[in-house]
Design a protein. Structure first.
Length: 113
C-alpha cells in the first residue's frame, strides 16, 4: 500500500452489522452487489486495517445514510418507496447506533502505525 509516512486514508463503507441491515435482511440496499463485493463490520475493518500495519484513529457515523439506505431498501422490499417506514427505520438505526457504534455506514480515518 502506498501511503505517505504522514498520510491519511479515509474509508467510507456500509456496516453490515447495523440495525437497518438486520431489519431489511436480504433487501438491505447497501449490499449493492456488484459494486460492494465485500461487506464489513467495525471489527472486520479493524482486522483488515491492522493486517497492513495501519491503525483506525477515528470512526465517524454517516447519519444520513441510514435514511437513504432505508428508502432504497423499502423499494427493493415492496417495489415502492415507503417514506414513512424509511424515516422510522432511519431514526431507529441512528438511535441504536448512538449506543452501539453500529451506524448504517461508517467513515474510518486511518494512519500508518
Amino acid at each position: 500500500m502506498m501511503l505517505a509516512p504522514n498520510g491519511t486514508l479515509i474509508i467510507a463503507v456500509p456496516n453490515s452489522n447495523s440495525y437497518d441491515a438486520n431489519y431489511f435482511k436480504e433487501y438491505w440496499a447497501a449490499y449493492d452487489v456488484p459494486r460492494h463485493l465485500y461487506h464489513f463490520t467495525p471489527s472486520t475493518i479493524e482486522k483488515l486495517i491492522n493486517k497492513y500495519k495501519l491503525q483506525v484513529i477515528e470512526t465517524k457515523p454517516m447519519v444520513f445514510d441510514a435514511f437513504y439506505i432505508a428508502m432504497l431498501s423499502t423499494r427493493y422490499q415492496t417495489g415502492k418507496t415507503n417514506y414513512i417506514e424509511s424515516l422510522k427505520v432511519g431514526l431507529r438505526s441512528n438511535a441504536k447506533a448512538r449506543k452501539t457504534g453500529d451506524s448504517s455506514s461508517l467513515i474510518y480515518i486511518v494512519k500508518k502505525l
